[in-house]
Design a binder for this molecule. Structure first.
Ligand SMILES: CC(C)(COP(=O)(O)OP(=O)(O)OC[C@H]1O[C@@H](n2cnc3c(N)ncnc32)[C@H](O)[C@@H]1OP(=O)(O)O)[C@@H](O)C(=O)NCCC(=O)NCCS
Length: 136
């Protein structure tokens, strides 16, 4: 398997298919075009391809100086545990470091804490957690 990594925006249908493997869209109810427009507004992104098929992805939204948020790190189920997620995350973090972004954050999905701990991330302190607006 020879993987190719690019920083170009992926094809919208291929990305939608990858995103759908996570189940996250049950909450967001995003259309293919909405998701693509969201991607297009990213600061930086990395896609992994196997023979032209998108098998992994990750992106950053960022103000270019202070805050960066790593989002949508996804590896196609069949391609998990082959180092693809790590390779993408490494590139995303390196991009932030290159630009001296002071604060690099992410939302950790269920069951993935150990993955991020292995890559140098730590949980926020219990008395200073991340917060989100309560769903209606
Ligand atoms: C999380 C995810 C991106 C990891 O990608 P991956 O390509 O499978 O990860 P890698 O193969 O690079 O794994 C690197 C290391 O993390 C470990 N790891 C991978 N997934 C893990 C998980 N879910 N929990 C704990 N450890 C994990 C691997 O065992 C490996 O450890 P090692 O280097 O000691 O052998 C992938 O499982 C995924 O797409 N999950 C569904 C979407 C998701 O939840 N994304 C995270 C959003 S916050």
């Amino acid at each position: 398997m020879e993987l190719k990594y690019t920083t170009e925006i992926p094809d919208k249908d291929q990305f939608f298919a990858l995103f759908e493997t996570t189940g996250w869209n049950e909450e967001y109810q995003l259309s293919i075009d909405e998701l693509y427009d969201a991607l297009a507004s990213s600061w930086f992104m990395v896609s992994a391809y196997d023979s032209g098929t998108l098998v992994g992805f990750g992106r950053i939204i960022c103000d270019g100086i202070v805050h960066a948020l790593i989002l949508d790190l996804i590896v196609y189920p069949r391609y998990k545990y082959k180092g693809i997620g790590s390779a993408i995350l490494k590139e995303l973090v390196e991009k932030c470091k290159k630009h001296n972004i002071r604060d690099i954050q992410l939302f950790c999905a269920k069951g993935v804490i150990d993955f991020y701990l292995k890559h140098g991330f730590v949980e926020r302190p219990g008395d200073a957690p991340g917060m989100e607006l309560k769903k209606q």
